[in-house]
Design a protein around this ligand. Structure first.
Ligand code: CAA
Length: 258
């Protein structure tokens, strides 16, 4: 029987968890795994019972990159044909917050997958790197772009030109990850964080994620206008009325996600 390349769970109220499950290949991100991951995320994005998602790998490897055996002999046309990078785009369309729970190797596409998530919780064993230069290529799924925007030019250049790898502690210091915890705790920490986010006003959470992502792509003036419009639009939700009324009545709000 075929190995299930991703495993989907609901570890807490409102939380969906996807485990990458190609342990023998250190979760190398081949086509079947990427499509299964995107299908799982899409399904949870549509599921009103899920309000925050977590992607994780194994303790040894979050993911050791795109699958080298899948692309080693490919022509450019074949890379386009198999949507080698385009298959990653679906992650950008996910509206709900996504947390990467990273342990061990997060290399190449594995680092890029973590970077494409909204938050990163790392174990103290995590290693982040973009070693594509060793294969005669460059990062193709956002590494040069997202790293440069996150940790700046100097360190990004070192990572993509000279295979500089960041320990979890360095990644935290440089602002790549939100939190570093002991190996035994990284997944629970990510799930707890996801459960906390899942308990917050859902429409506002999606708007917040969207507005922060817009900040990475636009001028300050356009970004401020976008944020303001999103802010005003939230006054059409029941949750805005509930949240503000609950504050004034000194009680906890009950969110409807509407
Ligand atoms: N693709 C395919 N298979 C991979 C892989 C990858 N990216 N990474 C690891 N594997 C496989 C190995 O081939 C090996 O398989 P076999 O047991 O069948 O030989 C298995 O996983 C275990 O790996 P190692 O024996 O190499 O384990 P190690 O502990 O000695 O080394 C490692 C671990 C340092 C992560 C090493 O496996 C490695 O360097 N992997 C490649 C990392 C890399 O270059 N990633 C970038 C890929 S390109 C990319 O991601 C492009 C993009 O931007 C989208």
């Amino acid at each position: 029987m075929d190995e299930q390349v991703v495993l989907v769970e609901r570890p807490a109220d409102g939380v969906g968890l996807v485990r990458l499950n190609r342990p023998r290949a250190l979760n190398a991100l081949n086509g079947p795994l990427m499509y299964a991951l995107m299908d799982a995320l899409d399904a949870m994005d549509r599921d009103p019972a899920i309000r925050c998602m977590v992607i994780t790998g194994s303790d040894r490897a979050f993911a050791a990159g795109a699958d080298i055996s899948e692309m080693a002999q490919a022509t450019p046309a074949e890379m386009v044909e198999m949507a080698f990078i385009a298959r990653w785009e679906r992650l950008r369309a996910i509206r709900k917050p996504v947390i990467a729970a990273v342990s061990g190797f997060a290399l190449g596409g594995g680092c890029e997958l973590a970077l494409a998530c909204d938050l990163i919780v790392a174990s103290d064993t995590a290693v982040f790197g973009q070693p594509e230069i060793n294969l005669g290529v460059i990062p193709g799924a956002g590494g040069t772009q997202r790293l440069a925007r996150t940790i700046g030019k100097a360190l990004t250049m070192e990572m993509v030109l000279n295979d500089r790898r960041l320990t979890a502690a360095e990644a935290e210091r440089f602002g790549l990850v939100n939190r570093v915890v002991p190996l035994a705790d990284y997944l629970d920490t990510a799930i707890t964080m996801a459960a906390q986010i899942a308990a917050r006003a859902p429409v506002a959470a999606q708007a917040a994620k969207d507005a922060v992502n817009v900040a990475l792509e636009t001028s300050l003036t356009a970004g401020l206008a976008y944020e303001r419009n999103q802010f005003y639009a939230l006054f059409s939700t029941q949750d805005q009325k509930e949240g503000m009324t609950a504050f004034l009545e000194k009680r906890s709000p009950t969110w409807k996600g509407k």
